[in-house]
Design a binder for this molecule. Structure first.
Ligand code: VGL
Ligand code: ZN
Length: 197
């Protein structure tokens, strides 16, 4: 069984959003078209409480895109984004959300970020997605969405480590690309056994 996993296609990651990914909106229509070709559609939604610890605004004297050390490891600080219930946290208005079997929210604990759809940034706390996919008999994942070098990357690597057969469609992803993070992410995904198509 084959699932399409659509990562964080939300207003804040699209042009005009709080953490806009260049040309992030271009991928919406082709993602919709792919939904008809799979056995299951899963959407993820970045879903932070106000004052989340991944926001630069929560740390005195820090500015967005700085790196800090958190108890669970290094963490990039972001502009406030995807605040629960805000317009920026909504899916892009053209994304065919009604076709989703499952919507998984992540990043809702104030003290820890969650890039991956499978584990929070401690690489230990599960989101529950693995159990959902396995109990549905899904073994193959096609991943698309935003951003290639953060949430798509972490999700794809975790999925491959968990034993899923994972393909990332690069044309249906867009990257933030902070200081070479896109190249690092592509290398890491390949190394983890993710197919980059
Ligand atoms: C993401 C940074 C912060 C993403 C989410 O979806 O790639 N990036 N939160
Ligand atoms: Zn986030």
């Amino acid at each position: 069984m084959h699932a399409l996993v659509v990562i964080d296609v939300q207003n804040d990651f699209c042009p005009g959003g709080a953490l806009a990914v260049d040309r992030g909106d271009e991928i919406v229509q082709p993602i919709n078209a792919l939904m008809a070709e799979v056995d299951a559609v899963v959407l993820t939604q970045d879903w932070h409480p106000a004052g989340h610890s991944s926001f630069a605004s929560s740390h005195q004297g820090k500015t967005p895109f700085e790196l800090i050390e958190m108890p669970y490891g290094p963490q990039v600080l972001w502009p406030d984004h995807c605040i629960q219930g805000s317009p920026g946290a909504n899916f892009h208005p053209d994304l065919e959300v009604d076709r989703a079997d499952m919507i998984i929210r992540k990043g809702f604990r104030a003290a820890i970020d969650s890039y991956s759809a499978f584990f929070e940034n401690d690489h230990q706390t599960p989101t529950g997605l693995e159990g959902y996919l396995r109990t549905r008999g899904i073994d193959r994942l096609t991943m698309v969405g935003l951003a290639t070098d953060f949430c798509v990357n972490f999700s794809a690597v975790d999925a491959a480590k968990l034993g899923f057969q994972v393909t990332v469609l690069q044309d249906l992803c867009r990257a933030i690309d902070l200081e070479g993070s896109l190249q690092t992410a592509l290398d890491g995904m390949r190394q983890a056994g993710v197919t980059l198509a």
